[in-house]
Design a protein around this ligand. Structure first.
Ligand SMILES: C[S@@+](CC[C@H](N)C(=O)[O-])C[C@H]1O[C@@H](n2cnc3c(N)ncnc32)[C@H](O)[C@@H]1O
Length: 458
């Protein structure tokens, strides 16, 4: 059914921004009909031109900012807003932390859940925190460039300071770019499917300071590899590993399956909560180590472990949470769908002499049902699912296993709120304020830890 909309395309509207969406766009309301306006903040009086209409919402473009929010960062770098590197870069950091707390609180209120959200745990210096970069290599006006894609496109914006990455990583990218220019290496052309170098990936250990550079090419050919490696070894502080990765596919996935060590080690190391982790090019590893330690510590504190408990870590990745928890528990079981991650988890346990952690490859929802059928009775279940949240089957198995505590580490407040409702139906209730932890300052991502405890006695 077509409804009469209160605005039309091309119309200019003046009003006050009422809210900020989970994507960081301001919301201007006309008779409750929302218009999303990039680069505007709550409280700002603005003039907006309506650019796109749908039945439920519209998009608008800011034509004039009539008043400025006290939370606005003056002279925010437009390049970062344009590329999506820092979509909240125009909002002062204390306001970003409040925005993340409110985002969870609003979703709870919408779901009629009367729960409290604690203030977001932020960073003292919320820039230059990322320990990993993946940057496209392209030609721009005849020169080989590294940078970041413009939001919603594959147009490269050349960049040297990436604002949220470890500065040594930024410097490494510039060094490799300059070497590639000097050696006349060919950048990848996505449209013509020509050229050699597609991407650079750089990782740096926060504690170890070890640097890994991965050069991703379209074919197995990497011209001047010897000279390139010699220059990198000479100029990059902390260089430990240089890898050639081949990705023949033209998709949005950056790394291909094939890795060749050009120089040094196949992996680098870093620590989290005192545990040493081996990181290979394809390993998933948390990108903000300082905040990850806070996130895991919040999960460990919530579980109140005293060394006697059996813990399941579902969606365990390379075992980061499992291994951090192991020294506070009697036994930890981890399950993860990616076989290579479980291999890493087993090796990480071995290298850290952790003998009370066991890892299984599988779907968490299926493995939980198997453990339950085998009579495993965990005291604590920790879940750290991907954005889509928990599978219904996992929630059912959790209800049957009936652990005293469930610690939910979430990267998506919308699925968190849905899953909390489902877990409550299984006899759990939330017993502490939900704790947001800011893993990704300057962006709209929100991570949190929630403690649920069993209320029904079997
Ligand atoms: C948010 S990450 C958490 C990883 C780990 N806890 C960490 O902090 O490094 C989610 C993990 O769930 C895994 N995963 C996705 N679907 C899964 C499933 N159905 N069963 C088990 N693991 C799954 C992903 O491969 C990923 O490693």
């Amino acid at each position: 059914m077509k409804v009469n909309l209160p605005v039309h395309r091309g119309e200019t509207i003046t009003g006050t921004i009422a809210d900020l969406t989970y994507q960081g766009n301001g919301v201007l309301k006309v008779a409750q009909y929302p218009i999303f306006v990039p680069d505007t903040l709550p409280g700002e009086k603005v003039e907006v031109r309506v650019t796109k209409l749908t039945q439920n919402f519209a998009w608008g473009m800011l034509t004039q900012r009539l008043t400025t929010s006290p939370d606005r960062v003056e002279n925010a770098n437009q390049m970062f807003l344009q590329t999506g590197i820092a979509p909240l870069g125009h909002l002062k950091y204390p306001a970003q932390l409040k925005f993340k707390q409110k985002l969870i609180q609003d979703l709870l209120t919408k779901a009629h859940l009367d729960l409290t959200v604690a203030p977001t745990l932020g960073m003292a210096a919320p820039y230059h925190y990322r320990n990993k970069a993946q940057v496209p290599v392209r030609y721009q006006r005849g020169a080989l460039q590294t940078g970041f894609y413009k939001r919603g496109s594959h147009d490269l914006v050349p960049m040297e300071d990436f604002y949220i990455q470890d500065p040594v990583i930024d410097q490494t990218i510039v060094t490799v770019r300059n070497l590639m220019r000097d050696l006349k290496l060919r950048a990848y052309d996505e449209t013509k499917q020509t050229g050699d170098v597609k991407h650079l990936m750089v990782r740096r250990g926060y504690y170890s300071h070890q640097v890994m550079v991965v050069i991703v090419t379209r074919t197995s050919k990497l011209p001047h590899a010897k000279e390139l490696v010699a220059g990198m070894v000479d100029q990059i502080p902390g260089i430990t590993s240089i890898i050639h990765n081949v990705n023949a596919k033209n998709t949005n996935v950056v790394l291909g399956p094939e890795n060749h060590v050009l120089w040094g080690e196949p992996t680098i190391h870093d620590q989290l909560l005192g545990i040493d982790f081996t990181i290979s090019p394809l390993s998933f590893y948390q990108v903000n180590p300082q905040q990850t330690e806070k996130l895991y510590q919040a999960a460990i504190d919530a579980a109140e472990l005293d060394g006697t408990q059996t813990v399941i870590d579902a969606y365990c990745g390379i075992g980061t949470i499992s291994l951090a928890v192991a020294k506070h528990a009697q036994k930890v079981y981890g399950v993860e769908i990616v076989p290579a991650a479980i291999e890493d988890a087993k090796l990480n346990a071995l290298h850290n002499q952790i003998e009370n952690a066991e890892f299984v490859v599988g779907k968490a929802e299926e493995q939980m049902a198997k453990w339950q059928a085998a009579g495993l009775k965990p005291d604590v279940l920790i879940v750290d699912p991907p954005r889509k949240g928990l599978d219904e089957q996992l929630i059912e198995a959790a209800g049957k296993m009936a652990p005293q505590k469930i610690v939910y580490v979430s990267c998506n407040p919308a699925t968190l709120v849905r899953d909390l409702q489902r877990l409550m139906e299984q006899g759990y209730r939330v017993t502490k304020p939900i704790q947001p932890v800011d893993q990704f300052p300057q962006t709209t991502h929100v991570e949190s830890v929630t403690l649920l405890e069993r209320t029904e006695i079997d």
